[in-house]
Design a protein around this ligand. Structure first.
Ligand code: PRX
Length: 656
């Protein structure tokens, strides 16, 4: 049974609602009903209204070969055109991107400047590096303007970008380059963090040391000016080459279903998957959700604190805001530097109207700077957003009261890399909100909580699986190079009326008012600071340490990160050690090398064995309970060696 504690309800701000795009629940219901009754008509209407088509599409939805849905096939468009060119008549001098560097350096790029900069980069990619439609380009960049130019330049010429988060290690980068068979890597020497330079180019050099024969060129943007190794004939300087490029570049007419980008994300098994998004459906939903959920107005300034290495950065820093012609802020630094007032200082300075961040950031800012918001004028704020993990009620309360002054809606946006854009979220002018509650599916999204056994919608207070029962335009189109994995990962667990439906991997429940609360992953994916980590991935990294015989990794509640990583390690040929600080460090170093700092384990317990069934399956639920310090309620009689549970508990208790 789920937590059915009655939550307080906060009504939308009336003044705000007057001019909101969706003004009340009646309007929400009208839209949702329209989609339910005439699904294709609904999407057809918005596709025609929102997208500047070069050529019209034929069929709205082709679902004849599910789960491989096709949307707006035959239509021609270009995402860079949608995000830039079409705004030039009315917005050429409007700020498209406002950049603030770690050290406080600032730059404002208008839509016209963005047009020229993207065109130049597109020409550079096309003419100097021979990149053409369908080629994969890996972007391994810090949060600088050139990262956005690179994304848009790729989409302008029809290249498929695959952004790898700058915190990933050389090994992780290499895996992604090889899997995508990328032709070019775009990177920077490095950037600044907490007033100090940090480096990216050396990571690329290391990644390319072996196995990356597909890549023959690296384009390097100079950001921090530190010395880097230079491989003649392979490495090229963006800063030296860009000025010679023509500022005019025709945008490539793309079919609606042409792949637009790949983004690797963790699943419960195996290596990260290359989630593929295609052109029209993705950009349509990016724009529509931007307009509905953040309700950005013409003169507003919007700030999403994500990194472009994650889906939130793709959809809600670059593509969504620019597609609707908004002003989007891009920030290189960290929110707690030079102090935990930095974001609030920036809200005051730029008069930010919509602010979008992750619960983990809210918790850190609350914990390290509860008094900071009061020092700044935050009255410009209208909408606050959260994403990435369930937000806990105390963090929600602080955000609502201290940042939003009790007058801003909090849009708790639930979605995933695979969904491309928001799925379940409040609408700021319409939805009465409840703390830590994602509320209702957006109009057009057939989101339902189903019982995995019966495929029926669960009742109030019952837990079930968060599913989407119809294809939607911005849904994942495939796992790069592995169609079977796509079907198995997302359409293998739940059936409704005998048909497989998209399962998100998350558990959820309805309350008595039909509000949806997301309770977290039902699989072996851990959510660390809003980032997905596959247990299999972390385990594979641990096993690279020569002394590790066996390992099982689980999530454990963490005050700031939401979830931390807890590893149970069996060492080779040695007695179990309750705590071996040196060995823990060594194992974490291997993880840093294999994946990156984000996958480092918070706890490592050296145990004599793992709780396995007779068929060899590790019972992770038992390990999760032990990590949390909970009593074991699971039946341990099916274990090969039930006594191991007590031994593990002893080790873990000794470390507490
Ligand atoms: O478990 C859910 C959690 O984050 C997962 C998706 O992670 P990722 O693909 O990295 O995308 C993160 C940004 C969209 C989901 O399966 N999640 C995301 N948003 C929420 C959430 N859990 C609860 N509430 C949310 N608002």
């Amino acid at each position: 049974m789920s937590d059915t504690t009655v939550k307080p309800v906060f009504q939308p701000n009336r003044e705000f609602a007057k001019t909101a795009r969706i003004k009340n629940m009646c309007e929400y219901k009208e839209l949702a009903t329209w989609a339910e009754e005439d699904y294709e008509g609904f999407w057809d209407h918005f596709a025609k209204e929102k997208i500047d088509w070069f050529e019209p599409y034929g069929k709205v939805l082709d679902d004849s070969n599910m789960p491989f849905a096709k949307w707006f096939e035959g239509g021609k468009l270009n995402v860079a055109h949608q995000c830039i060119d079409r705004h030039l008549d009315s917005r050429k001098n409007k700020a498209a991107i406002i950049f603030e560097g770690d050290r406080g350096d600032k730059k404002i790029v208008t839509y016209l400047e963005l047009y020229y900069n993207v065109n130049k980069m597109a020409n550079l990619l096309k003419n100097e590096f021979g990149i053409k439609k369908g080629d994969r380009v890996v972007i391994y960049m810090p949060m600088i303007l050139e990262a956005a130019y690179a994304m848009l330049a790729c989409t302008r010429i029809g290249a498929i970008h695959s952004i790898v988060f700058g915190g990933f290690s050389a090994e992780a980068l290499r895996d992604r380059i090889i899997d995508a068979e990328a032709k070019l890597v775009i990177t920077a020497d490095g950037a600044f963090r907490k007033d100090k330079p940090y480096m990216l180019k050396p990571v690329v050099d290391k990644a390319l040391e072996e196995g990356c024969d597909c890549v023959n060129k690296v384009l390097v943007v100079q950001r921090n000016g530190e010395d880097v190794d230079w491989k003649a004939g392979r490495d090229y300087s963006y800063n030296e080459m860009i000025e010679q490029q023509s500022a005019v570049c025709e945008s490539e007419p793309m079919d609606s279903e042409d792949p637009m980008f790949l983004l690797y994300t963790s699943g419960s098994t195996g290596k990260p998957k290359g989630v593929q998004h295609n052109t029209a459906g993705y950009i349509l939903w990016a724009q529509m959700t931007m307009e509905w959920v953040f309700d950005v107005k013409e003169n507003d300034t919007y700030w999403c604190t994500a990194d472009i290495g994650w889906i939130t950065g793709h959809t809600y820093i670059v593509y969504g805001p620019l597609a609707m012609g908004a002003t989007t802020l891009m920030f290189e630094g960290v929110p707690t530097y030079p102090d935990a007032g930095r974001p609030w200082k920036m809200v005051e300075e730029y008069k930010i109207n919509q602010f979008y961040t992750a619960p983990t950031a809210i918790r850190v800012l609350h914990k390290t700077g509860a008094e900071e918001p009061a020092k700044y004028d935050l009255s410009s704020l209208k909408v606050l957003g959260t994403v990435g993990e369930p937000i806990d009620p105390p963090a929600w309360k602080w955000y609502y009261e201290e940042i939003g002054g009790g007058k801003c809606a909090i849009v708790d946006t639930y979605w995933q890399t695979e969904t491309g854009g928001h799925m379940v979220t409040p609408l700021p002018g319409a939805t009465p909100i409840k703390p830590a509650c994602a509320t209702f599916p957006l109009p057009g999204i057939m989101g339902e909580i189903l019982d995995p056994e019966t495929g029926k919608k669960v009742g109030a207070g019952e837990s079930g699986y968060m599913c989407v029962t119809k294809p939607w335009p911005s849904m994942i189109r495939g796992v790069w190079g592995d169609p079977e994995r796509f079907v198995k990962s997302y359409f293998g667990d739940v059936k409704k009326d005998g048909q497989p439906v998209y399962f998100t991997g998350d558990g959820a429940n309805y309350d008595d008012d039909g509000y949806i609360t997301i309770t977290g992953r039902t699989d072996d994916v851990i959510n660390v600071s809003g980032h997905r980590m596959g247990t299999a991935e972390v385990e594979a990294a641990c096993k690279k340490h020569p002394n590790v015989a066996e390992v099982a990794v689980v999530g454990k509640p963490h005050e700031l990160k939401g979830e931390g990583i807890f590893a149970y390690v069996v060492l080779k040929g040695e007695e179990s050690m309750a705590e071996d600080v040196e060995m823990s460090k060594e194992i974490n170093n291997v993880i840093k090398q294999e994946i990156g700092n984000i996958a480092v384990c918070d706890d490592i317990a050296f145990v004599p064995g793992l709780p396995k069934t007779r068929s060899g399956k590790i019972m992770r639920r038992i390990l999760r309970s032990i990590a949390k310090g909970e009593a074991i309620t699971q039946d341990t009689s099916t274990l090969e060696d039930p006594s191991v549970v007590e031994k593990i508990q002893e080790v873990v208790n000794a470390c507490r």
